[in-house]
Design a protein around this ligand. Sequence first.
Ligand code: 13P
Length: 304
Amino acid sequence: MLLNLKQILAPAKQRGFAVGAFNVTESTMFRAVVEQAEELKAPVIIQVSPNEFEFCDREQYLYFVERLQHSPNPFVLHYDHGKTYEGCVRAVQAGFTSVMFDGSHLSYEENVRAVRRVTEMAHAASVSVEGEIGSIGETDNFEAGTVKDMIYSTPEDARQFWEDTGVDALAVSIGTVHGLMPRGYVPVLQLQRLREIAAAVDVPLVLHGGSCTPAQEVAEACRSGISKVNVSSEFKNAYYQSIKDFVLADPIKVSPTLVAKDAVQQVRRVVCEKLNLFGAVGMAGDYRAPARERPTGEALPAVD
Ligand code: 13P
């Protein structure tokens, strides 16, 4: 069953769990995440960032849409960290049921203007929109680097942004960082800040940078207002480490069915761990398929 973000996050917000959102690029990882979610009967968001979107061709997303639509398990296909209006239109045209416009690098006014434009276009196709207020930190080098560009969200800004844009989900910055952590760096979540933001808005909140963050703090965040947690680097790292170990140990065996066999299990292990942590296991029963076919993005304006 293919839903939008609003539909998949409503039961999560109501019942106090979070839906896992996993960034996949290609079909092996896609299958590993989807099959693990189905086995655990957990709602899951499959998301694709702009670079990943450009890396694959349109036919791949026809397959993603078809596979998710025919599953009894609830899924969303979400375009993550869109940086342009045109990118968001292309995702809607490719069958995505949700898009994020990340205007965190813009001024408040520019961010609002851009998100409103995307929201108008996306809502006309029953596609949901995620925005971001504040700025989630980035690592510049995971071995010896530092964390940069973190601007914490405030309850006042979150409320104003939500009212000004009408977004369906709001990413907030409370101390997580995108990517693998620099050596010795442990993210500390500002849970009191999160509770104050959650009290100020009536929209599901999103935690980016779900990799390598202390498990108990993430679990507490899911009970304190976070309804969606994004995870990417941690399971990709597990996948590629496994492939590297296999190839170094046995460079002659080049069959993908052998090389990727354990790597797929590593992805499933991380996904299973996270879904348990977020309280999402077994929650698929809370969802019903939408009553009517959603409109497609085919009538949208042409973009380059
Ligand atoms: P991580 O790579 O830190 O898990 O972050 C993923 C993310 O937030 C994608 O939007």
